[in-house]
Design a protein around this ligand. Sequence first.
Ligand SMILES: Nc1ncnc2c1ncn2[C@@H]1O[C@H](COP(=O)(O)OP(=O)(O)OP(=O)(O)O)[C@@H](O)[C@H]1O
Ligand SMILES: [Mg+2]
Length: 243
Amino acid sequence: MKVLEADGIVQVFEGREVLAGLDLTLGQGEILGLLGANGAGKSTLLKILSGMQRPVSGRVRFLGKPLSEGYPGSLARMGVSINEPVFYESLSARENLEIDLAYLSLANAGHRAVESAGISQLLEKVGLTADSATAVGRYSMGMRQRLALARCMGHHPDLYLLDEPLNGLDPIAIGQLRDSLRNLAAQGSAILFSSHILSEVLHTADRVMVIAGGRVSLRASVPELLSKGQEGAEQTLIKAMEG
Ligand SMILES: Nc1ncnc2c1ncn2[C@@H]1O[C@H](COP(=O)(O)OP(=O)(O)OP(=O)(O)O)[C@@H](O)[C@H]1O
Ligand SMILES: [Mg+2]
């Protein structure tokens, strides 16, 4: 069974067709990189796939069922981070995670409560242990990105939808995030992430999908792209982004 299936997704804003009929599928353990120029519709697509925004037409199925079925339980099986993450600025990372995870264990009846050992582990995974008691209002952009990732990992989701998770991360953190995503995929999670950093998408994803003019302009496996070498692969992606 596919984790995520989308057919014929159309979105229109102010009379303008931003997505003009997009299809995608994502299986267990797969990492799909989503590429496209500024304004191509990546964030819009991620919002639709997460159930946060309704498309004008098209269908999204998650774990074999329409998104709207099984709500809210099925949506709680996703880990979603789209746009700038919002936190309680005066509270620490640990306190923010305690609140998020308390919400999750309240919402998922029967789901085990996440104890503080779990929170320490999450903070460790994203490299925030040393700063876990600092108010998030004093965090840098990259630290906020790390916390956003920790927030959507706490309930071991089947699907991650991540909008530009590499934004603001230093090269060390990018490497750590790549390892984290690969580990999550190896444990069976499906991951869809958008990024403008071509080299990193080629490093992390199994497959890529490029959006241009509201349509998919390229679908390719990463090994297939890299058969032309790193530079050739990046050229192919840029050409597809230009539509
Ligand atoms: N709620 C909205 N109302 C009107 N227009 C919108 C809305 N959301 C997005 N758009 C428009 O839809 C288009 C796609 O936006 P989207 O944010 O999905 O692009 P993106 O690919 O994520 O771009 P970026 O790389 O800059 O993040 C843009 O032209 C944007 O202005
Ligand atoms: Mg965007």
